[in-house]
Design a protein around this ligand. Structure first.
Ligand SMILES: CC(C)(COP(=O)(O)OP(=O)(O)OC[C@H]1O[C@@H](n2cnc3c(N)ncnc32)[C@H](O)[C@@H]1OP(=O)(O)O)[C@@H](O)C(=O)NCCC(=O)NCCS
Length: 167
């Protein structure tokens, strides 16, 4: 992997985040919004964010990002409020950024942020046919399937309290 820097996203990263999302759309791995305004409002400056972390290479190119948000009333994911965290991960395909450990590095940072914020549990909501997404969260350890959405989503829960007890 090239030199990797992880840091909280800044407004200037909206273009790079949009680039990652757009590449995922082109690769047939995403159907939702991917423009810069969406990147800014939904990730970088979302008022419910705990941290949106970008992974950038030595040139400052955004290779991927991970969004960790608070689960507040009415959240579009249907995540239970008491849980605290909702996570989403997007890595630029299909070049060297993919399966090069970027997602794993981002999770270590988000887990640190969640622990600092006192988040008890984190949900990842993944499309049931998204085997790489499911494989990724399972590989991070501790994400357990707890709900299946009628629309085809798989909800996986990571419990920090459980983890801290040594589970
Ligand atoms: C899923 C995704 C986040 C993985 O990111 P990544 O940077 O490639 O992941 P890493 O290289 O850190 O992989 C860590 C581990 O996850 C698992 N994993 C990663 N990609 C996988 C795949 N395609 N199939 C199965 N397991 C996979 C592996 O166990 C991997 O470890 P290994 O390569 O040593 O076997 C990335 O492919 C992606 O952005 N996909 C499109 C968006 C998406 O599906 N996001 C998740 C749902 S929100």
């Amino acid at each position: 992997m090239t030199a990797l820097t992880l840091r909280p996203a800044k407004p200037a990263d909206a273009a790079g985040i949009s680039g990652v999302l757009t590449a995922l759309v082109t690769a047939g791995k995403r159907t939702k919004s991917a423009d810069e305004t969406f990147a800014l409002t939904h990730y970088v400056e979302d008022p419910e964010r705990l941290q949106c972390t970008v992974a950038v290479d030595a040139d400052g190119t955004v290779l991927g990002f991970q969004s960790l948000k608070r689960a507040t009333p009415g959240n579009v994911y249907g995540t239970p409020i008491g849980w605290g965290g909702i996570i989403g991960t997007h890595i630029h395909p299909p070049d060297a950024a993919r399966r090069g450990g970027v997602g794993k590095a981002l999770w270590a940072e988000s887990l640190r942020v969640a622990g600092t914020a006192g988040v008890p549990s984190i949900e990842a909501l993944i499309g049931a046919s998204n085997l790489e997404g499911i494989g990724y969260y399972e590989a991070m350890g501790g994400f357990r399937t707890y709900r299946l959405e009628p629309g085809g989503g798989v909800g996986k829960r990571f419990d920090l309290a459980f983890r801290h007890r040594g589970g």
